[in-house]
Design a protein around this ligand. Sequence first.
Ligand code: RTP
Ligand code: MG
Length: 140
Amino acid sequence: MEMTFIMVKPDGVERGLVGNIISRFEQKGLKLRGARLMRIDRSLAEQHYGEHRDKPFFGELVDFITKDVVFAMVWEGPEAVALARSLIGKTNPAEAAPGTIRGDLACDVASNLVHGSDSVESAVREIELFFGKLSTNLAS
Ligand code: RTP
Ligand code: MG
């Protein structure tokens, strides 16, 4: 079994889409192992999105993800990382297929509702980053 880190971004919480997004993961058959409503500080945001540090949109991305609360989750299942990325859809909602979260519910690349780990290694790193010691206590 594999675990992945999923986060409803501030736009998704603000728009009341947490339940809709959770439902899609549940309906797919993934299991919810941890969840946390939290505010991200700049340090955590910069670590989480560290791979994008040199990109032109980095400042805007950190501002966006820290502006209000997020809903952080851990989901488990066979190939959970790839399954979750396919449910989420492409980064740019204009390219995301209908039926995906971004394809159905978003229209702007900066406010694309949800984050999903892009590899098993990223998932391990991000779960530790957001759930810390709690990650050893995730429901099993
Ligand atoms: P995420 O990490 O949030 O799950 O998104 P992702 O893997 O689909 O995309 P990634 O390349 O990791 O980019 C992270 C987030 O940065 C914003 N972005 N803005 N203005 C732009 O051209 C641009 N490109 C990326 C998006 O909000 C993206 O989700
Ligand atoms: Mg990414």
